[in-house]
Design a binder for this molecule. Structure first.
Ligand code: S3P
Length: 466
């Protein structure tokens, strides 16, 4: 889907940000493993979360989608070419609830076919942890972007726990006689059951790896201890406690206990701060803008972007703080600001890892130098986000260079519209779209449908604000 973006005068208004992607995935997973009914309100009906729903339906779980989802459930093929300044048929999905009729920790059945995780690393890695505890064999696959991403990080701990996990292509020999793939990538075959508790030190601060191990630990024969190098998002820990699980946290060490049963819950899912990040940045960069975002999740493991933007001089006000079953929420008011460069490194990186593309765009408009370090994980996201962010923003005229573990940006630089291919990466698509709002001339996204992976309704929401 080609999308054309032209500069806007200002963005003003109040919006509701779609539900949190990480929490939506976990809600479906824990709801399926729990006994009884789970209702997830303000669910994110995006391509990624739909893949998680389909995976559990394929394993015999009855899942209902209630609300206006029939119009648009992350299927961009229904959308025609559109312009952010023109008319849009994309439907907002504010009120979707998902109802899951869970069957308990051992209630999943062997799927008849390969499970397709699509573009979603969270689906693949967390599901691997769940499958590790199930007494059947299943095959897990994904799209070409996900097939490139490292799975050794979950294969290693889950194998130590006793699961039999094989990367199917690892033994494929190419024409030159060497193994085509040594990296432990999808597709994976997983035969689970009979797990034992382990003590494991995560080599990277990854919530996906941590969560995969926690899911596997639920049916292990003894507690599992996980040491983290730095804090990553803790939605699994919070939600598990609500469903009746037992997990203890002592600074960077977690102890997860096996349990006999989880119980279904009703959850209100907060707006996704990683999606809000694009709208916040648009407000900061487009002169005269002022945008209020209601009920956004402000879990401290996710709010690195707010701290960094405030450090850069951004006018961001956090109001009406609340709590949604252990997940803090607030309204965020962001206004046009004069930004200054900053340094972003160390423990804050896992707390804003998904926001680095949009922070890089903001830095192109900030006075002075912004240095991003300790972010080598960007290379194994939906695309190599160090290379692709640098290449894309350079095409707009930005002064940005890649480093081994981050990037250096000099600002402010006036941007000029560009034609962008998103490299199967939703966050690159949205970064380029926001750049297009402040760039001179026209910006064309050749494959704007990728936004549906995490933010269906993104273009519609921007139009509403113009
Ligand atoms: C996620 C964890 C992060 C993040 C991803 C979602 C999650 O990945 O980048 O978009 O829901 O657990 P890592 O765990 O690989 O850092």
């Amino acid at each position: 889907m080609q999308v054309t973006i032209t500069p806007v005068k200002q963005l003003v208004g109040e919006v509701k940000i779609p539900g949190d992607k990480s929490i939506s995935h976990r809600g479906v997973m824990l709801g399926s493993l729990a006994k009884g009914t789970t209702r997830l309100s303000h669910f994110l009906m995006s391509e990624d979360c739909l893949n998680t729903i389909k995976a559990f339906q394929a394993m015999g779980i009855d899942i209902e989608i209630i609300g206006d989802s029939s119009e648009f459930i992350g299927d961009s093929s229904k959308l025609s070419e559109k312009s952010v300044n023109g008319d849009s048929s994309q439907i907002m999905q504010e009120n979707i609830s998902v109802i899951i009729h869970g069957k308990g920790l051992h209630g999943l059945k062997k799927p008849a076919k390969t499970i397709d995780s699509g573009n979603s690393g969270t689906t693949a890695r967390l599901l691997a942890g769940i499958l590790a505890g199930q007494a059947f064999e299943a095959v897990l696959d994904g799209d070409p972007s996900l097939r490139k991403r490292p799975m050794n990080r979950i294969i290693t701990p889950l194998s130590q726990m006793g699961a039999d996990i094989q990367s199917i292509n690892d033994n494929v020999v190419d024409n030159a006689g060497s193994k085509a793939n040594q990296g432990g990538t999808l597709p994976l075959s997983i035969s689970g059951g009979n797990l034992k508790g382990i003590e494991y030190t995560l080599p990277v601060a990854s919530a996906q790896v941590k969560s995969a191990i926690i899911f596997a630990s639920l049916t292990a024969d003894s507690p599992t201890i996980i040491h983290q190098p730095a804090l990553s998002r803790d939605h699994t820990e919070i939600m598990l406690s609500h469903f009746g699980g037992r997990i203890e946290t002592d600074q960077l060490t977690l102890t997860s206990y096996p349990i006999s049963e989880l119980y279904g819950k009703d959850l209100q899912i907060p707006g996704d701060i990683s999606s809000a990040a694009f709208i916040i940045t648009a407000a900061l960069l487009v002169p005269g803008s002022r945008i209020l975002m209601k009920d956004v999740g402000i879990n401290p493991t996710r709010t690195g972007i707010l701290e960094v933007f405030q450090q850069m001089g951004a006018d961001i006000v956090i109001e009406n703080q609340n709590d949604s079953q252990g997940e803090p929420t607030a309204d965020i008011l962001a206004s046009y600001s004069d930004l200054r460069g900053t340094e972003i490194s160390g423990n804050v990186i896992p707390r804003l890892i998904d926001e680095i593309p949009i922070i890089a765009l903001a830095a192109t408009q900030a006075q002075g130098t912004t240095i991003i370090r300790d972010a080598a994980e960007l290379k194994v996201k939906e695309s190599n986000r160090i290379d692709i962010v640098v290449r894309t923003l350079r095409a707009f005229g930005a002064n940005i260079e890649a480093t081994e573990d981050g990037m250096i940006i000099e600002g402010p630089t006036p941007l000029t519209g560009s034609t962008v291919t998103c490299e199967m990466d939703h966050r690159i698509a949205m970064m380029a779209a926001i750049a297009g709002l402040i760039a001179k001339g026209r910006t064309i996204l050749t494959d704007g449908q990728w936004v549906d992976v995490s933010f269906p309704g993104f273009f519609h929401l921007l139009e509403k604000l113009t």
